[in-house]
Every structure is written in C-alpha cells, then in structure tokens.
Design a protein around this ligand. Sequence first.
Ligand SMILES: [Zn+2]
Length: 324
Amino acid sequence: MHSAPFEVRTEHVVCPMCALDRPAPYRARMYRIGETRFDLVRCPCGFVYVDPRPDGPTLGKMYDDADYYTDGYNLGVETENYFERRDELLVHYDGVVAELERTICKPGDLLELGSAGGFFLEAARRRGWRVKGIEISPPAVEYSRREMKLDIHSGDLFEAPFAPRSFDLVVADNVLEHTTNPQKVLEKLRSLLKPGGRVLVIVPSYVNSPFFRLILFLQRVVPRRFLGEQLVKILKLDPDADPKGGGYPYHILEFDRATLTALVKRAGFEVERVEGSVPLPAEVFKAKRTTPRVLVLRAIFRTLDFGMRVGVLPGARLTLVARA
Ligand SMILES: [Zn+2]
C-alpha cells in the first residue's frame, strides 16, 4: 500500500443537494489518498456524493500537490502534462471564446473561477475581453501570473476582492464538482455579475450515470486489454490502477441535468440552456496509429457524443448557461 503524502482527515456530510442524512452505498472504495479510501453514496433524492469526504485542510493539500496538473487534473482524459499543452490549449480556447461571443455575449468583463494555468483567460484577453481569475492551486496561480501576467486571485472565492456587479460573464469549467457548498458558490458568482450577466457552468456527469453502471457491468465480459490501462483510468474502473492523482477524491459531488439545473435556479439564476456531450480521450483521438481498437473506440465516443448533444442520451459532461 502507498502511504499518504500528507495527513488525511475526513468529515461526514449530509446530502449537499437536499440536506437529508440517509446515504445509501453507491460505489465503495471509489477514491483513495494513500491508504484512506473514499466511498460514493447516493441520497434518496438521487444525488451522488463522496461521504465521508476529505475535510477542508485535506482538500487544500490535495490541490497544493504540484502533480495535480500532471496526474490529477483531467483524470487521464489527456495524456500530456497540462502546462505543456499551452499552444494547443490557446488555439482550442480561442475557438471556445469565439463560440461564446456568438452565443452568449460580446467581449466584456470576464471572470473565471478555477482558472488553472490561465489559458482560457489568455485566449479571451487576446480577443478583447477584460479578464480576471480565481485559482486555489498555488502552482497554477504562479504559472499564470509568471507566464501570462494574468490578474489572478490566489485562494478562495469568498475572499476575492472583486466588486459586486462587475462582470458580464463568469465561467466555472469543471469546478463545482470540487466545491463543498456549490449553492453558496453560485450565489456568490451571481452577486459578482452585472444585471443580466451570464454564468457558464461545465461539470462532468459520469460516475452517477447509467453509462458508468453499464460499463461496470460490461467490464466483466469485455477483456481489460481491449480498454487498455489509460481507458480503465479515465473510466474510473479501478482506483488501484492509478495510485496517485486520478485516485484522489477531487470530485466530491456528482451532478446530473436535473440536480445541476435545480441548484442553479435555487441560487437565483434563470437557466437558459443545458447541453450534454462527452470528453474525447486523447489516447484514442490523438493516436498516431489507427488500429482497429482505436477506430472502434472513436466510433463509440462519436456516437455517444452525438446522442448527448441532441439530447437522446444523458450527457457525460454538462454545459449550462444561466442569466443573473
Ligand atoms: Zn439528497
């Protein structure tokens, strides 16, 4: 067994969606820090969450780990170091921001909660947005300040020095599932938006989904070598396959379309749209050799993504836009 790289303390929590305290087992021993295991539980309301979960200081230490951006950040969807993907990500986010300008609003004041290395903000700035970020991971704050001279608040949203009603758009991309009180986070973001400003929320929705339960079933009949170690890691089929980063309980909450929509409404927003999609794993989609396995997996992921975007399948990733 691997010993923990820091002291691990846990706390019991009630359902973060409805405050009931009647957790039923959902997936035991899903995550680990060293020898401490973490279970996913399911509330009678349907919400899936980690309980007991790492306490506040333990969560802080997880994100202070310099390996977060190599091992833990994207949970294996990408195979390269996040920071080394700078050029690729700046191009990617230029396209994302262009799409936001077409569908949400023209360049204005933009805040990103969880700005990571700052590539999204830098891409937006180059297109004429005035940008600010908040980031809890010290190595990422340091990188985005040093490399791109971005204005990033290091630490907690609730201590950030931003004036109320000062942003046109707030983006929280893969952040809410990491937070201990997502409703308070959303209420705070709403207070930072100008009247009529928008929030863009992106969350994964996989572990709590029928896909995950189906894959758990299928892995009994599909040879593990067909999936390969990388996919086993991405699909979260075996915490022991990945003793470090991806095994950490980074995601302590698991949203679906209904719970995410309800939460955003409860925080005072008017939800405008929610779209599903699936992240496309680099190991499959950037593969240089197109073996039959790669072609089959590409077809499966493309089909799933199409079904999620048109709404006949629940999304493995949800993108929500709401108005303050
Ligand atoms: Zn509940």
